[in-house]
Design a protein around this ligand. Structure first.
Ligand SMILES: [Zn+2]
Length: 70
């Protein structure tokens, strides 16, 4: 999402994302996390909105996604 890939690398992923509910959910969660981290910077104190992602959690998500895609 952050990196620009050539279309021939992006295409299988795009097709997959259109069909796969697991990835669609993951993508939505990613967007929520992004939005939360943006609003977090604005100083929201609500605990549910201040999403923190430790490195091990990030790694776990990344690995599960890689396992899923392969
Ligand atoms: Zn998928």
């Amino acid at each position: 999402m952050d990196r620009k890939l050539p279309w021939w690398q992006r295409l299988p992923l795009t097709v997959h994302l259109m069909m796969c509910t697991y990835c669609a959910r993951f993508k939505r969660q990613l967007q929520i996390i992004r939005r939360a981290s943006q609003t977090d910077a604005e100083g929201l104190e609500n605990e549910s909105t201040s999403v923190q992602m430790p490195d091990d959690v990030r790694r776990k998500i990344k690995k599960s996604l890689q396992d899923h895609l392969s």
